[in-house]
Design a protein around this ligand. Structure first.
Ligand code: CMX
Length: 465
C-alpha cells in the first residue's frame, strides 16, 4: 500500500498526527487489510483528532458572511465538513491531497490499462491512502458479488415509459432500492449511534455495486432491446458497466475508468454532494440520500449540462452547415447569450481556471481520437468561448468545466444518446456522495440546519440605526 507521504498529501500534511500514524501502520502491515478493517482503525483516530482540534479552536472564526453571499447562493461560505476532496479555484480538485494527474499516475490500473480504476479512488476517498492492486481487485470482486437487483426493482425500471428521462428512472430505481437498506433496519432495531457508520458503509457498498446494473438496465430498455448481460465477477466495475451497456471497445472501457474516476467527487458544496449530505444528516439512509443527490444532479446548471453541451454543439453544427469558421462560431455563441441562455459547459461556481477534469478528457481525446470532427469543434470552442464570455462581462469564470468535454468522447465510441449522459455522471458521483456519508456518520455530524432570514429580518440585522 502506498500511503500519502509529503509532498503529495497536502491536505493531511497539516493534520499529520493522523497521516503519520497511518503511514507507519501501512509500512508495518504485511497482509493487505480490507477497506472496512482499515476504516475501523482510522475512524477513532480521526474522531480523536477532531475532538482535540475543536477543544482548542472551537471558537475560531472562519471568515465573514455578507449580505451578497446570503442572496448569492451561499458562495464562499465555509459551512460544512467534507473529508474526501477540496476544490481550489485556481488549481482544481484534489482528492485527499492528490490532483487528477497524480491520481492517474499513482492509482492502480487494470492489467494493460492506463487510466486509474474508480475502485482505487473510492479507497483513496475513504482512507486517504493509495491502495495496492490487490486491495483494488478485492473491491472489484466485492462489488460484483453485491450487484444483484431485487426483482421488484427490475420491475419498476422495466415499467418506466421510454419517454421518462433516464435520470428520473435512475432516481426512482435508487429510491426503490431503499427497501434493501441495512441502515434503516438497524435504526429501527435501535442500534447505538456509534455503529451507524458501519450500516451506512454496508448500504454504500451495496448501492455502488448495484448502480451500474440499474443504469445499464435503463440504457438497454430505453435505447436497445432491453436484454442485459449478467455481471462478470472477473471484470472491474467500469469494465462490467461498459459490458452491460453493450460496449466492447477496450478504449471505451478505458474511457469509462477515467470518466467514473474524475466525476466522483468535487468537494461537498456542489448541489449533488451537498444534497446527499443534507438529506443524510436527517439520518435518511444512503439510498434516500443518494436519490435526492441524483435529483439535484439532473439540473441543467449541474450534471445535466453534459447532455446540454452535446445538444448545443449539434444544434450549432446544423445551424452553421459547412461554415464552421471562428467568426461563425463566435456569432453562434453570442446568439446564445443574447437569447438569455447560458453557454453549457462553461463557467463554474468555484473554479476560476480551466477545469482539470476538462483537461484530462482533452488529453484522452488528443491521444485516442485526434481526428474526430466533433472533438475538433470542441477544441475550436475552447479557443473562442472564453473570449466571448469575457467580453460579455458577466461570467466570473469564462473557462470550460467537466461537462464541456465528456459528451464528445462518448459519441465517438457510439454512445450518442445525450439524454443518458447524466446517468453516467450519477454512477460516478455515488463514490463521492457515499464516501462522504460514511464519514459524516463516523464523525457523528448533526442534523444540518443553517439559519435563514427574511429580507426584513436581514435588514433589521445589518442596517445601522
Ligand atoms: N453562459 C452564460 N452566462 C453565464 C455562464 C455561461 N456559461 N456562466 C455564468 N453565467 C452568468 C450567470 O448566469 C450569472 O448571470 P446573472 O447575473 O444574470 O444571474 C453571471 O454570469 C454570474 O455567474 P457566475 O457567478 O459566474 O456563476 P455562478 O456561480 O452563478 O454559476 C454555473 C455557475 C456553473 C451555474 C454557471 O457558470 C453556468 O450556468 N454554466 C453553464 C452550465 C454548466 O456548464 N453547468 C455545469 C457546471 C459543472 C457541473 O456542476 O457539472
Amino acid at each position: 500500500m502506498y500511503s500519502l507521504a509529503r509532498p503529495l498529501a497536502r491536505s493531511f500534511a497539516r493534520s499529520s498526527a493522523w497521516s503519520k500514524a497511518s503511514a507507519v501502520r501501512t509500512l508495518a502491515t504485511a497482509k493487505p487489510q480490507s477497506l472496512k478493517d482499515r476504516l475501523t482503525e482510522l475512524i477513532p483516530e480521526r474522531q480523536a483528532e477532531i475532538k482535540e482540534f475543536r477543544a482548542q479552536y472551537g471558537d475560531a472564526a472562519c471568515g465573514t458572511v455578507t449580505v451578497d453571499m446570503i442572496y448569492g447562493g451561499m458562495r464562499g461560505i465555509k459551512g460544512l465538513i467534507w473529508e474526501g476532496s477540496v476544490l481550489d479555484p485556481e488549481e482544481g480538485i484534489r482528492f485527499r491531497g492528490l490532483t487528477i494527474p497524480e491520481c492517474q499516475k499513482l492509482l492502480p490500473k487494470a492489467p494493460n490499462g492506463e487510466e486509474p480504476l474508480p475502485e482505487a479512488l473510492f479507497y483513496l476517498l475513504l482512507t486517504g491512502e493509495v491502495p495496492t492492486a490487490e486491495q483494488v481487485q478485492a473491491i472489484s470482486a466485492e462489488w460484483a458479488a453485491r450487484s444483484h437487483l431485487p426483482s421488484y426493482v427490475e420491475d419498476i425500471i422495466d415499467r418506466c415509459p421510454n419517454t421518462l428521462h433516464p435520470m428520473s428512472q435512475f432516481s426512482l430505481a435508487v429510491t426503490a432500492l431503499q427497501g434493501e437498506s441495512a441502515f434503516a433496519k438497524a435504526y429501527n432495531q435501535g442500534v447505538h449511534k456509534s455503529t451507524y457508520w458501519q450500516y451506512v458503509y454496508e448500504d454504500s457498498m451495496d448501492l455502488i455495486a448495484k448502480l451500474p446494473v440499474v443504469a445499464a438496465r435503463i440504457y438497454r430498455n430505453v435505447y436497445k432491446d432491453g436484454k442485459l448481460p449478467a455481471v462478470d465477477p472477473t471484470l472491474d466495475w467500469s469494465a462490467n458497466f461498459a459490458h452491460m451497456l453493450g460496449y466492447t471497445d477496450p478504449k471505451f472501457v478505458e474511457l469509462m475508468r477515467l470518466y467514473l474516476t474524475i466525476h466522483s467527487d468535487h468537494e461537498g458544496g456542489n448541489v449533488s454532494a451537498h444534497t446527499s449530505h443534507l438529506v443524510g444528516s436527517a439520518l435518511s439512509d444512503p439510498y434516500l440520500s443518494f436519490s435526492a443527490a441524483l435529483n439535484g444532479l439532473a439540473g441543467p446548471l449541474h450534471g445535466l449540462a453534459n447532455q446540454e453541451v452535446l445538444r448545443w454543439i449539434l444544434k450549432m453544427k446544423a445551424e452553421l452547415g459547412a461554415d464552421t469558421s471562428d467568426a461563425a462560431i463566435r456569432n453562434y455563441v453570442w446568439k446564445t447569450l443574447k437569447s438569455g441562455q447560458v453557454v453549457p459547459g462553461y463557467g463554474h461556481a468555484v473554479l476560476r481556471k480551466t477545469d482539470p477534469r476538462y483537461t484530462c478528457q482533452r488529453e484522452f481525446a488528443i491521444k485516442h481520437l485526434p481526428q474526430d470532427q466533433m472533438f475538433q469543434l470542441v477544441s475550436q470552442l475552447y479557443n473562442i468561448v472564453p473570449g466571448v464570455l469575457t467580453e460579455h462581462g458577466k461570467t466570473k469564470n469564462p473557462w470550460p468545466n467537466v461537462d464541456a468535454h465528456s459528451g464528445v468522447l462518448l459519441q465517438h465510441y457510439g454512445m450518442v444518446e445525450q439524454d443518458y449522459y447524466t446517468v453516467l455522471f450519477g454512477v460516478s458521483r455515488a463514490l463521492g456522495c457515499l464516501s462522504g456519508l460514511i464519514w459524516s456518520r463516523a464523525l457523528g455530524l448533526p442534523l444540518e440546519r443553517p439559519k435563514s432570514m427574511s429580507t426584513e429580518s436581514l435588514k433589521k440585522l445589518v442596517i445601522k440605526k
